[in-house]
Design a protein around this ligand. Structure first.
Ligand SMILES: C[S@@+](CC[C@H](N)C(=O)[O-])C[C@H]1O[C@@H](n2cnc3c(N)ncnc32)[C@H](O)[C@@H]1O
Length: 230
């Protein structure tokens, strides 16, 4: 799939094209999901690990500089589609490099991360974009209220073990608006500091999701899938 970045895809807060009210699941009526137990926090990589990484190196994965990351971001955007998305959610936004690209396709974007230092950098990067909000949250315990037209999980879910990811998936699905998209992209190599790898994450998502599969754009390096709530 080719991925192109378009310069005229800036919906911004002024050019709002809301979904019809009838297309939206009313707030407060999610499908039933299991609560996340506090003891299951052992099933995810400690957020303190990421905070330490950002304090040691402002861009630990080279998101600002590596052509590989740029190419992956563009292909992720292609899988997501042009939007515009009325209400979007990015899980594990890091220092906001992908957030900045995604923001051009969203009227309202909530970006979450558990590392305060990363969020400070992300807020500075997007200080010109009032339709983007950043919040410090430990996921999946502190997932926000839906519905969202788009949820993006890029290089995050292998930091959760299989039971936690299996429990989080129905919750994420319940946060989608009808027609809403869930996009996941994960590196296939050995993450080292997380319990899963990209292949395991995407196999689990494919096996367990109730969403309709829309797009697959795997490469030798990463898995990329987009699903949609029918
Ligand atoms: C490998 S980076 C991916 C960054 C970004 N999504 C991207 O693809 O450019 C993973 C990010 O997830 C965040 N993270 C890890 N565990 C988290 C958790 N339990 N809750 C929220 N954020 C978390 C880390 O702080 C880090 O910024």
């Amino acid at each position: 799939m080719s991925a192109r970045e378009s310069r005229d895809e800036r919906p911004g807060p002024g050019r709002r094209q809301s979904l019809a009210a009838s297309d939206r699941r009313p707030l407060g009526t999610p499908r039933p999901t299991q609560p996340f137990a506090d003891r299951d926090r052992a099933g995810r990589t400690d957020p303190g690990h990421f905070e330490r990484k950002y304090r040691a190196d402002g861009d630990p994965w080279g998101y600002e500089t590596k052509p590989y990351e740029r190419e992956k971001y563009l292909r992720t955007l292609a899988a997501i589609g042009p939007g515009p998305f009325d209400r979007a959610l990015e899980l594990g936004c890091s220092i906001g490099v992908f957030t900045e690209l995604l923001a051009r396709r969203c009227h309202d974007l909530l970006a979450l991360d558990a590392a305060p230092t990363a969020l400070t950098r992300a807020r500075t990067r997007l200080s010109h974009a009032p339709h983007v909000r950043f919040e410090l949250r430990d996921l999946p315990w502190e997932l926000p209220q839906g519905p969202f037209d788009l949820i993006v999980a890029s290089e995050l879910l292998y930091y959760w073990d299989a039971p936690l990811l299996g429990a989080a998936l129905p919750r994420l699905e319940s946060m989608l608006a009808p027609g809403g998209r869930f996009v996941a992209v994960h590196w296939r190599g050995d993450v080292g500091d997380g319990p899963l790898d990209g292949d395991k994450v995407h196999v689990l998502l494919r096996e367990r999701t109730t969403l309709r599969h829309r797009v697959n754009d795997d490469t030798a390096a990463y898995r990329l899938d987009c699903w949609e709530l029918r």
